[in-house]
Design a protein around this ligand. Structure first.
Ligand code: ZN
Length: 239
């Protein structure tokens, strides 16, 4: 996105009372130890921060990466080293007012289950987790839905980051179709009648009860604004 488009978008959003966040390119891979790959990853993240700055967005979501046939532990340790380097350059270039948000991923062979993303965020107090509830549901093959699962997810975040930081989390929500081997297959909508999850209601209730103020980005397949309003109504109802 060019500067003038980004600035126009930012002005329109400000006028409409909408806060913006930005999703960095999908091919970022923090778990690749190759120096050239890290250079590219850092470049994509800085370019994303620059565009976010133009449009007044204060959060940039980044994917954690692929396992590349390594163990989850090895991949996460590499990602932590990469993240430290990214943060060093991010701060040096003057972007520390734009928070980086590592995202939980939907495919099982991707790095980034909840525990991994929280461990990554624990390396620096300025990182904000982007918890994608549809992804968590897909990679656990439908286990993470319902009131108990929501409480467990939020409890784990609070234990890892403390209540204040956990309460400001960034988030994606959509109902997701998954396959038994891979996890995430595709995003669905609240109107789809395939029994897709997760259910937004218990999550909205749990967040309201805790008095947290996360940012939810609705990622339904084509009905983002309708389903976002449904989630807003559920949250307001729970309040
Ligand atoms: Zn994403």
């Amino acid at each position: 996105m060019g500067e003038s488009t980004a600035r126009k978008l930012g002005e329109a959003a400000l006028e409409a009372g909408i806060s913006l966040s930005l999703h960095a390119p999908y091919f970022i891979n923090l778990a690749n130890p190759d120096p050239d790959s890290l250079k590219k990853t850092t470049g994509y993240i800085l370019a994303s921060c620059r565009a976010a700055d133009w449009m007044g967005a204060r959060r940039v979501v980044i994917h954690t990466g692929a396992l590349m046939k390594r163990s989850r532990r090895e991949a996460l340790d590499i990602a932590k080293v990469s993240m430290a380097e990214v943060l060093r350059i991010w701060e040096g270039e003057g972007y520390s007012h734009i928070a980086l948000c590592p995202e939980t991923m939907g495919k099982i062979n991707q790095l980034g289950d909840l525990t991994e993303v929280l461990e990554l965020c624990q390396t620096d107090g300025r990182l904000i987790p982007c918890v994608d509830f549809g992804h968590l549901y897909a990679r656990t093959l439908g286990a993470l839905t319902g009131p108990a699962a929501c409480e467990a997810i939020l409890d784990e975040m609070e234990a890892a980051l403390g209540p204040e930081r956990a309460g400001q989390f960034h988030s994606h929500f959509s109902q997701i179709e998954f396959t038994p081997n891979g996890g995430e297959k595709c995003h669905r909508t609240f109107a789809d009648n395939g029994g897709f999850g997760p259910d937004p209601a218990p999550l909205m209730a749990a967040v309201a009860r805790r008095g947290w103020s996360p940012t939810f980005i609705c990622e339904s397949a084509g009905t983002q604004e309708q389903d976002a309003l449904t989630m807003k109504a559920l949250y307001r109802g729970a309040l």
